[in-house]
Design a protein around this ligand. Structure first.
Ligand SMILES: *Cc1c(COP(=O)(O)O)cnc(C)c1O
Length: 503
């Protein structure tokens, strides 16, 4: 039995609740269970080739070699792999992922890393340089995000990435509400477009998360979010801009609602923290989203995205040291000594903070401004190009993360055709669309033009071959139905197993 075909034939026609029960029942039949397993195995076998392209082609070690390899041969193996992978992103075929990527910039960051490769901020006594770098990263980021015009002191910490920044902020609000309001049933209100990291935080920390539908322009619905709050709500969040559609939520309205209710408000500026301030300075009309708004009590901004640092750093900021304290961890009765750490990790890579600091001071305000100017101009070219294609429409009114879908074509098929031309775009759903996050990689000569030309060809191909389903659409189709959501979740877990498999 093919579960996809069965899904299309039977379950899609049933009401979702009934379909879920029917599917649970069908799944219980051993023969069906076995055939689902079989189909999943087949899908995984198919994926294996793309996930493990080096299988059998380069030396593999499922156990340590008895005697160590020569340094040069280790480096040779690794250089070979990296050369193959550079090709994917270097010429601007990838959405997001590598945000700067000039060889000269990368070389500089690598040299900085090498200078501090042994540094660990956990031991501030041994590496006070790490604390200096982190304090200044936080201060520079806060200054960029309106700290100077905030009434309170804006402070923060350096984390390992956007997800950790968001997890930390949500844990902070949970612990604050527990301590100050004796709230044992914390709830969080977010627009559906908020990053998955908020869901991760909710699951990890036992917070109930309420996802509020967005408006037709894909921005948060402030009125509906207000209604979704109750006495257990600890915080609300909005994005500047959102990961899926690159649009900025009405942060002023949302943060004011939170302020009136006396709860936290987090602006997720992971994506926009290092772009929007410069866009504003360049004269793009950007509604306020940062600490200039009195209701904004925390923010996340990713240095490892448009801050142009290597992967592994982000900044989480708070309005006031009092709030930041709820993030900290201390233990005074551990036999290992007096122990404290500001973030989730214990030991941390001080070299990553060093290279983050170096990226920021090397770029400077003018560097970020110029990078932002180029990105926004390139995004304008791409948006105009997409608007010339009658089958496609841009969702919402984005600046440089551009989502587009189609009323008439299977947009995932368009994405797959773009994939055949080398493009790695992001597939999104609810509604089905695709996005490209424009980075400095796309500002090069002819990249935007190539994107538009390839997109036109991809659309023409899909228009001419409407019967083709592709790989992505059926999986997203399954994820959209309650009965199959569990199957898709299973598949994603198997995919992660596959990533860690050496077989
Ligand atoms: C990237 C991103 C995150 C998460 O960041 P990671 O660095 O991938 O953990 C959170 N929010 C938004 C809006 C993002 O774009």
């Amino acid at each position: 039995m093919n579960i996809r075909k069965t899904a299309e034939k039977v379950l899609y026609r049933l009401p979702e609740g009934l379909a879920a029960r029917v599917f649970e029942w069908i799944k219980g039949v051993p023969a069906v269970r076995a055939s689902i397993e079989k189909e999943m195995d087949e899908m995984m076998a198919h994926l294996r080739d793309s996930v493990k392209p080096y299988k059998g082609k380069v030396p593999e070690f499922s156990q340590m070699p008895d005697s160590g390899l020569e340094k040069e041969s280790v480096l040779d193996i690794m250089r070979d792999l990296q050369e193959k992978e550079n090709e994917k992103w270097r010429d601007g075929y990838v959405s997001g992922a590598v945000y700067h990527g000039d060889p000269e910039h990368i070389d500089f960051l690598n040299r900085v890393y090498a200078v501090h490769s042994q540094s660990n901020p956990l031991h501030a006594d041994i590496w006070p340089s790490a604390s200096k770098y982190e304090a200044e990263i936080v201060s520079m980021t806060a200054d960029m995000l309106g700290a100077g015009r905030a009434e309170d002191e804006i402070c923060g910490v350096v984390s390992s990435g956007g997800t950790e920044s968001i997890l930390l902020a949500m844990k902070t609000y949970r612990d604050q509400a527990r301590q100050e309001k004796k709230n044992r049933r914390p709830e969080l209100v977010v627009p559906v477009t908020a990053h998955a990291a908020f869901d991760k935080a909710a699951r990890y920390f036992g917070i109930k998360i309420i996802h509020v539908p967005v408006k037709s322009d894909f921005t948060a619905d402030a009125g509906a979010m207000k209604k979704a709050c109750n006495r257990n709500t600890i915080a609300m969040a909005g994005s500047a801009p959102s990961f899926p559609h690159g649009v900025i939520d009405p942060i002023a309205d949302l943060s004011e609602i939170a302020r009136e209710k006396g709860i936290g408000f987090h602006t997720d500026a992971c994506l926009g923290g290092f772009v929007l301030p410069w866009a504003e300075a360049l004269g793009y009309g950007i509604a306020p989203f940062d600490f200039r708004l009195p209701g904004v009590t925390s923010m996340s901004a990713d240095t490892h995205k448009y801050g142009y640092a290597a992967k592994g750093t982000s900044v989480v900021l708070y309005r006031g040291r009092h709030l930041r304290r709820y993030q900290y961890f201390t233990i005074t009765d551990w036999p290992g000594g007096l122990y404290f750490s500001p973030t989730f990790a214990g030991s941390r890579p001080g070299a990553l903070s060093a290279q983050c600091w170096a990226a920021m001071v090397k770029m400077g305000r003018e560097g970020y401004m110029e990078a932002t100017r180029q990105i926004l101009e390139t995004a304008d070219k791409i948006k105009s190009g997409i608007r010339e294609i009658p089958e496609l429409s841009i969702y919402g009114d984005p600046l440089w993360v551009i989502a587009f879908g189609s009323e008439t074509l299977n947009i995932y098929q368009v994405m797959e055709q773009m994939g055949k031309k080398g493009w790695a775009l992001n597939g999104l759903h609810k509604p089905a669309c695709v996005h490209i996050a424009v980075t400095l990689r796309h500002t090069g000569q002819g990249v935007a033009e190539r994107f538009v030309a390839d997109l036109k060809e991809a659309v023409a191909y899909v228009r001419a071959h409407p019967e083709e389903q592709g790989e992505t659409a059926p999986v997203y189709g399954m994820a959209a139905t309650i009965p199959f959501r569990g199957v898709v979740s299973d598949m994603l877990e198997r995919y992660m197993d596959l990533l860690y498999s050496v077989e």
